[in-house]
Write a protein that binds this ligand. Sequence first.
Ligand code: FES
Ligand code: FES
Length: 151
Amino acid sequence: MNTRFIVNGVERDFAGDSEMPLLWYLRDHARLTGTKFGCGSGICGACTVLVEGKAQRSCMLPVAAVAGRSVTTIEGLAGPELHPVQQAWLEEDVAQCGYCQAGQILAAVALLKRNPEPGPDDVESITNLCRCGTYVRIRRAIARAAREMRR
Ligand code: FES
Ligand code: FES
């Protein structure tokens, strides 16, 4: 049976193995390569996407788990303008190598959706790893985005 779901506002109909990780569907079938493979075991967060607005590790999520649901990847985050989190990321010059950054941004978007005024402990709840150690700039960018989004 085909698996139907939405990715970045576009309906998808997948006839392949619904137990395949969503990450592989996004990268190999949908060609949305902004979602990265890091550890493949739910630890690093490089593969983070939004499912109905919540951050999820797509390497640990079978395609079947998103049947009938809406997935947002980094490619679908901006509208006519950048999302305020993306804008804050640019203004704080967060990225270094960039590999983890799509996942970090989507994790921040999910955090700010559930908590528009996150404190340090809330920000610490984002467990995505960054090998380049951009954590200080990530925290600054989240604070900046939170201010902008409350205006
Ligand atoms: S690749 Fe999914 S958590 Fe690391
Ligand atoms: S910016 Fe290089 S891994 Fe995070």
